[in-house]
Design a protein around this ligand. Structure first.
Ligand code: C2E
Ligand code: MG
Ligand code: MG
Ligand code: MG
Length: 274
């Protein structure tokens, strides 16, 4: 493969023809090698901002892959591929390790910053997952309440009983739990009531056009009320402008995240005065 061929094959892979098994195998090989390298996977952090007083209520850790020849590859292109194999487990372990080391570094500098980590349901459902989290909390010296585990809504229902049990075990460590991309899955009210979670994150697709689109606005308003009636904190994702932030504040939404406040950045670029 010369560089051009590699680029083209990668583009095909990304072009939605994910069935192309040769490209998939190339990507998986690169991921497997990348996971043995200390430098290819890093985390960026995006602030979660309180809509009541503008304070920093935490950060979300978002994975970044620096491919040795292809350059940066966004998580939307490699996480779903990792999730098809057991490679997702060392990846989850890596992400949790980096995020907790960072939380520890902030603690040592006098900042208690809750860090949210996205965890694939496939990793959450591993029998050993809660024990691994406990060990990582122990070795980093970070209290459980500074860690939040985000699980996307559309995977929660694949195995509700086991998911509920796994979330319960994680929460016993003091760790917070969150349902990500809320509104894109089909969580019944019954399961929402049973899920041991602390937070709902309303998906960007509803938030981004809530000012222009009455049905998106209605959905966001209902999600805020639903979360509050269940005793959960609610976060709006993908807030890109001030009218949206104001509309969310008006609905009583607790927290917001989005380019309007801050983009995901390396830990060193985070302005902790926010
Ligand atoms: P997510 O967890 O819902 O993360 C939010 C995504 O929206 C991030 O994309 C973030 O950069 C982007 N975003 C934040 N604010 C705005 C905004 O105002 N406008 C727009 N247009 N986008 C905004 P990113 O970093 O590309 O991550 C995409 C998805 O990949 C994440 O969605 C999450 O599902 C997954 N992901 C990222 N890191 C990890 C990880 O470490 N583990 C796992 N399992 N999944 C991850
Ligand atoms: Mg997330
Ligand atoms: Mg999300
Ligand atoms: Mg999302």
């Amino acid at each position: 493969h010369d560089a051009k061929q590699q680029h083209d094959s990668f583009r095909r892979f990304n072009g939605g023809t994910g069935q192309d098994s040769a490209d998939r195998l190339t990507l998986l090989g690169d991921l497997r090698r990348g996971l043995t390298d200390d430098s290819q996977f890093t985390l960026h952090y995006q602030p979660k901002v309180s809509l009541t007083d503008g304070s920093l209520s935490g950060v979300e850790a978002l994975a970044r892959w620096h491919h040795p020849t292809r350059g940066p590859v966004p998580p939307g292109q490699f996480v779903p591929v990792l999730e098809t194999t057991s490679l997702i487990h060392p990846f989850t372990e890596r992400v949790l390790t980096i995020a907790l080391q960072q939380a520890r570094t902030w603690m040592d500098a006098g900042h208690r910053i809750p860090v949210a980590v996205n965890v694939s349901t496939r990793s959450l459902l591993e029998e050993s997952f809660p024990g691994r989290v406990a060990a990582l909390l122990e070795s980093s010296g970070v209290p459980g309440e500074l860690l939040c585990i985000e699980i996307t809504e559309h995977t929660v229902l694949s195995d509700p009983t086991t998911t509920i049990e796994a979330l319960r075990r994680v929460r016993e460590l003091g760790v917070k739990t969150s349902i990500d991309d809320f509104g894109t899955g089909y969580s019944s009210l019954t399961y929402l009531k049973l899920l041991p979670v602390d937070e709902l994150k309303i998906d960007r697709s509803f938030v981004s056009d809530m000012v222009a689109d009455a049905s998106s606005h209605a959905l966001v308003a209902s999600a805020v009320d639903l979360a509050h009636n269940l005793g959960l904190t609610v976060v709006a994702e993908g807030v890109e402008d001030d009218p949206t932030a104001k509309a969310l504040g008006g609905l009583g939404c607790d927290t917001a995240q989005g380019y309007h406040f801050a983009r995901p950045v390396p830990a060193g670029d985070l302005l902790l005065e926010v």
